[in-house]
Design a protein around this ligand. Structure first.
Ligand code: ADP
Length: 328
């Protein structure tokens, strides 16, 4: 598909360049030709004047100049033809190269999109397969008890919840990655954002016996309140998820920054460059007891930071913990 598009684009580049080049060549030829005709008639008049005034040998004939002019015309046509041929070859090669450069980022985007769709379908298929299998097995069992049926329904509900989570992640990703023209930006205090995010995470933190310590100072920035709350919630959610039971996490706001610090499992140096990629999960988090997650939280966080013209960075050591900082 992209090879065909590259060739088409090259042909378009060539058509534009050759139209310009041939038009200029035409104008140059007409101008030079006019000059030659003027020179020819000027010389003819001069020679005729000489003939009229003085006796001139017959060999000095005006037709000799006409031959020279015709030859010059032919040469000009040849030179212009050669120039146009060189332009055709050079712009063909250059155009093919430029078309490649133009299409490369689009190809990269399409490849990423394809990878994303295939990852999303894969993540959806896993709970769907498990749901189908469980239901089919239960339907085949003629002596199923009420207790077993309830257990099955509870397990089904878990799978449905997982799919629900995934679809809400996908919707968020789509929302925050698309154009920002519909989103309202105003002055917000990161302290309020942190408090809102904490409200959402406190039940989860309590269930995991993780304490949230707040060190909040006024930090006014220009941004979108709803998306920034989502960003702080994602960071807090991860901090709780990847902390040891009974651990502490801190949320800080100061200057134009928001920081979430945990003392949990940490992230290895090899994983750090990839954690903001969609569907990326470090092996350490997969093998951890709490494996729920799709590797989408931080890519949503990154999209939100971009949307709000903020930067997000991480500082982490395996076994020591991680610090995520959002700076405006
Ligand atoms: P999820 O947490 O659902 O797997 P994220 O996109 O939020 O997805 O995070 C991607 C990966 O980055 C996680 O799987 C985990 O390996 C790592 N990670 C993120 N936050 C932390 C953290 N606070 N401590 C340790 N690892 C983390």
């Amino acid at each position: 598909m992209f090879k065909e598009a590259r060739i088409k684009l090259t042909v378009w580049y060539l058509a534009i360049i050759m139209t310009i080049s041939l038009s200029f060549s035409g104008v140059i030829y007409v101008g030079v030709n006019r000059e030659l005709t003027r020179l020819e008639s000027f010389q003819r008049t001069r020679i005729q004047g000489i003939i009229r005034g003085f006796p001139v040998p017959v060999e000095v004939s005006p037709s000799l100049d006409s031959d020279a002019v015709a030859e010059s015309r032919a040469r000009i046509i040849l030179i212009l033809g050669l120039i146009n041929l060189s332009i055709l070859v050079l712009s063909g090669l250059g155009g093919y190269f430029l078309a490649g450069l133009t299409l490369d980022p689009i190809k990269e985007m399409v490849d990423k999109q394809k990878e994303f769709v295939s990852n999303a379908s894969h993540e959806l298929r896993t709970p769907l397969t498990s749901l189908t299998t469980e239901i089919e097995v239960a339907l085949r069992d003629k002596n199923i008890t009420l207790g077993a049926a309830k257990k099955l329904l509870a397990s089904n509900l878990e799978e449905v919840k997982k799919m629900n989570n995934l679809s809400s992640y996908l919707l968020k990703l789509n929302r925050f990655e698309n154009d920002s023209s519909q989103i309202e930006f105003k002055q917000v205090d990161l302290k309020d954002i942190a408090l809102n995010a904490m409200d959402k995470i406190i039940p989860l933190a309590a269930a995991s016996k993780v304490k949230i310590v707040e060190k909040l100072h006024i930090a006014k920035v220009r941004g979108n309140e709803e998306s920034l709350t989502e960003l702080a919630t994602i960071l807090l959610d991860n901090a709780v998820k990847y902390s040891k039971e009974g651990g502490n996490i801190e949320i800080k706001t100061y200057g134009m920054s928001l920081e979430v610090v945990d003392h949990g499992i940490g992230i290895s140096e090899e994983d750090i460059p990839h954690i903001f990629d969609r569907f990326y999960r470090a092996d350490s988090s997969r093998s951890k007891e709490r494996t729920d997650g799709y590797g989408l939280g931080l890519s949503i966080a990154k999209s939100i930071a971009d949307l709000n013209s903020a930067g997000i960075k991480v500082d982490s050591k395996v076994g020591r913990g991680s610090t995520f900082t959002v700076t405006f």
